[in-house]
Design a protein around this ligand. Sequence first.
Ligand code: COA
Length: 580
Amino acid sequence: MEKNDLVIRIAGHGGEGVISTGDFIASACARAGQEVYTFKTFPAEIKGGYAMYQVRTSPDRIYNPGDSFDILCAFNQEAYDLNRHLLVPGTVLVYDQTGDDFVPEIPPGVVAYPVPMSKMAKELKSYRSKNMVALGALSVLFRINEETLIAVLSDKFKKKGEEVLAFNLLAFHRGKALVADCPKKDPWFVPEAGAPKDVILISGNAGVGLGALLGKLEFFSAYPITPATEIAKYVATHLPKVGGVLIQAEDEIASLSQVLGASYAGKRAMTATSGPGLSLMSEMLGMAAMSETPVVVVDVQRGGPATGMPTKHEQSDLFLAVHGSHGDAPRIVLSVEDVSDCIHRTVDALNLADRYQCPVILLSDGSLAFSTQTVPTPKPEEIEIVERKRWDGEGEYQRYQWSEDGISPMADPGTPKAMHMATGLEHGPTGAPNYAPANHDRMQRKRFGKLETVADFIEPVEWDGEGPADVGIITWGSTIGVVREAVARLRREGIQVKGFYPKLMVPMPVEHYEAFASDCKKILVPEVNFQGQLSYMIRAETTITPIPFTQCGGVPFTPLQIMNKVKENLGWDVSLPQKK
Ligand code: COA
């Protein structure tokens, strides 16, 4: 299959400017009209440790970082050692030619370009600019748009002072000169850009922040935690401009408590955290469920349990999001596939919380948090805002009055004739505590029953293909993008496969799962966690017998892994449980 995309991986030590180098390439390609999808990993340490940035660019839509790289730019021996197994025939290695401590063995079929990056930076007496020497060389070797590259690195370094900018521009041009006469020994170039598109290049975390503002967020409270902090940084920058308020709370319990208070006072309110923070929030999630107070909690998942792997990817908070809290505490759980979803599902989350007066948890993940993608520029005029139902002032006000749809009108504190209590104690229609058995049963039916229409209000799932299939793949979160490509490539090989991508995790749209699986011989469920958490839910709630396909190495699946797993299943060489 003719590739119409290019994948460049930059790898080195944290502190060598690996991330910036990748960011510059991604920004330059986006400005030149390319689609871009990036992925990065870096160590928990502030300096040192292995840092990696991967940029995939194409004129066509891109759904994931790719199977592997076409070009590896290794800043040091460790970066080479950690990626050596991926240097297969047809790939290219650009490496720092230091002459002594880093002399990589070049595998057969691999094209190598030694570039004296460190030596040139030393000559310039600016070791920091080693990465710009590398960037200059890469721009010549693979025809990365120089004009836009210079524009983006100037934008960034100008802020650090004219001298820093001058040094880096000089280093960039010296890097170009180092390979100017180097014979081109490989077939790789950045593909020609397509027609200019109305897009923005934005990270998943910034996407959540942008979605919150588009969703008319008014209050945000959070406690910093990797990999969610950039959401708060984005909101802190932009929310005050529209009259909103952001507080950095003393911990996650306080942050959700403050969000509850702001929502009780009539504001659209949200917090963002990661797994450890969501664990701490479980009691207040129950409070939001019991008092029927609209709150949004964004959980950017990371490697768990406990402190786990703060900067690494995982999808292992589904159980916590669905069940976290004592008692039967209803909530809505959404998940996001890509950066565009980060924007638009955050709007959905704020709308659903207000409409259904309950906690809404939005599950993002580590790979999305730091991934930047080109997404169509959102149009605020196309964003629908759904406000909470408010009392019309007629008759006696009861905060939890019985209603057909189970949703009772709210009244902001201070509304005349509408004084009421919103309590965590079980209560009757007025909000007054009530422990009668029949009342508790009826209130639970109210709190759970009102969520039965959620799937009518938003697109709960997406099907990728119709009709009978040998293998149906059900997956969620950012793994969806990997499966989309795998499904397309398998179909091109003539394999009967289709995909099912839930965005509404709970209340679980069971009938959609059953309909999808009804004409699949097997159902494969890839997800990046150890227990196969969505597979558990499918077994618990549907008649489907899924084949779990899990990994938990802190990195996403690749399309090739999914394709190989499907083929392994089609080989019928394993006695796999058949669907009932
Ligand atoms: N000249 C001048 N400055 C340069 C430069 C150059 N040629 N190249 C990069 N820099 C700057 C960058 O602008 C950045 O500064 P900024 O943050 O003010 O923008 C800084 O040097 C780091 O460079 P960058 O390319 O962004 O990262 P890196 O590849 O060097 O890796 C990290 C460093 C990202 C690993 C490290 O900064 C970090 O964030 N570590 C913490 C990881 C973490 O979150 N741990 C979790 C704890 S729970």
